[in-house]
Design a protein around this ligand. Structure first.
Ligand code: CTP
Length: 392
């Protein structure tokens, strides 16, 4: 909901700056309060007077043009519910990524800890530049949402990827971010992701194909919804929230117990190995003359089932990956595990699940209600799961 929200728009020196005038009108029509901060170069493309008229506010440019006791970069970043930088040039993107604060816009970005949306626009060769790519990745890792530029005719005469994305896309991204931003405020959400790794010897292990993408999407969605997130994972994910890297089921169990006490939601999307090797060998196992060998395995603790037996107020969500009889198996699994919700997906389908960017799931609760979330990106499915469990 954009109404009554404070939107701070940072405009940098690119030809697409003129398009932002129409966007400001749309935000204002929806009832938002809008303030604009420009880099000095932005004013080569759009006038201060236009922006002042459209926002019905002062336009902020100079860092030391102080009217109040509080420095402008702090008061504006405190004021804003969201910061949108559009168009964002390669120069401003790179400065923000490196923590450089050499004008009012970059200083605000440096001090800003709420949701930031960045819509880059530049020449296609600049967009391909390795330095720019690294800086975009850095900003994403810190939680900024990047609205990738589109491919088309560029003002510099080139055709390629670099055009500012559509104003509709920017408007919707801001709307969605504001809509979701405090749905899980003050809630601690712990998510597990990836397949556990059970060592056999120093060079061999037993694991599974879980990519951890679903868990990562849930953790990111919870973060976007304002939660304090802890992601316990076997994968190397760089995230703007706390991540705890683990390997085996036992390590994962210990990490969960560390966090569980004051957790509001635990989402167990990790594929935990049911068994581990009974006798781990310190030395690499050598090939003998035997044609077959036997590896003895012992059962891992069922982390989810044990937690559910001892939990207090925590809402616990289990996952299950099934290759047949999805609904029936999910119904018996929620009972067996004792969790509040169970999300089930069909791993026999190649277009969803393991390693895919999409998923289609059913979600069950203890009372026997079942809901289906049709095939969509894991990001969308993640949001739907969190909304369902947090509004019931
Ligand atoms: N799980 C767990 N500890 C285990 C095995 C699984 O906490 N040792 C959790 C998973 O994180 C997941 C849920 O239990 O949330 C279901 O996992 P799944 O492997 O489908 O269930 P299992 O009980 O192992 O049943 P099966 O493998 O026989 O289908």
């Amino acid at each position: 909901m954009i109404q009554n929200k404070n939107i701070l728009i940072g405009i940098t020196g690119g030809i697409a700056a003129y398009k932002i005038c129409a966007l400001i009108r749309d935000f204002k029509k929806s009832g938002a309060e809008v303030k604009v901060v420009c880099t000095p170069n932005a004013l080569n493309f759009v006038t201060k007077l236009t922006l002042q008229n459209l926002t019905q506010n002062n336009v902020f440019i100079e860092e030391f043009d102080i009217k109040d006791w509080k420095p402008e970069h702090i008061s504006l970043s405190d004021w804003a519910d969201i910061m949108l930088i559009a168009p964002a040039t390669a120069n401003t993107i790179s400065k923000i990524a490196q923590g450089i604060a050499d004008n009012l816009l970059t200083s605000i970005a440096c001090a800003f800890s709420k949701k930031m949306i960045i819509a880059p626009a530049m020449n296609c060769k600049m967009w391909q530049n390795e330095g720019v790519k690294e800086n975009i990745k850095k900003l994403e890792t810190r939680g900024a949402e990047i609205l990738e530029p589109e491919t088309g005719f560029l003002a510099c005469g080139y055709t390629g990827k670099g055009r500012l994305c559509s104003l509709e896309k920017i408007y919707n991204a801001v709307d969605e971010a504001l809509n979701y931003s405090d749905k899980l405020k003050d809630q601690k959400v712990v998510v597990t992701a990836g397949g556990t790794i059970e060592d056999i010897d120093p060079v061999r292990y037993i694991s599974n194909y879980s990519s951890g993408k679903m868990g990562l999407s849930i953790a990111k969605a919870a973060y976007d919804m304002g939660a304090q997130v802890v992601l316990i994972t076997t994968k190397d994910f760089e995230c703007p929230f706390k991540t705890v890297k683990v390997k085996s089921a036992i390590e994962m169990q210990n990490a969960i117990y560390e966090e569980f006490g004051n957790t509001n939601y635990l989402i167990m999307s990790a594929a935990v190995a049911d068994y581990r090797v009974k006798n781990y060998s310190d030395q690499k196992l050598k090939k003998g003359n035997e044609e077959t060998i036997t590896l003895e395995l012992v059962k891992n603790p069922d982390i989810l089932a044990e937690l559910c037996k001892n939990k207090t107020s925590q809402v616990v969500v289990g996952f299950c990956a099934e290759s047949e009889n999805l609904t029936e198996n999910a119904k018996s699994k929620i009972e067996k595990k004792g969790c509040d919700y169970l999300v089930a997906n069909d791993i026999s389908r190649r277009d969803i699940g393991f390693n895919s960017n999409d998923n289609e799931v059913i979600i069950l609760d203890k009372e026997g209600n079942i809901n289906k979330f049709e095939k969509a990106s894991k990001k969308v499915i993640a949001r739907k799961i969190l909304e369902w469990i947090s509004t019931k």
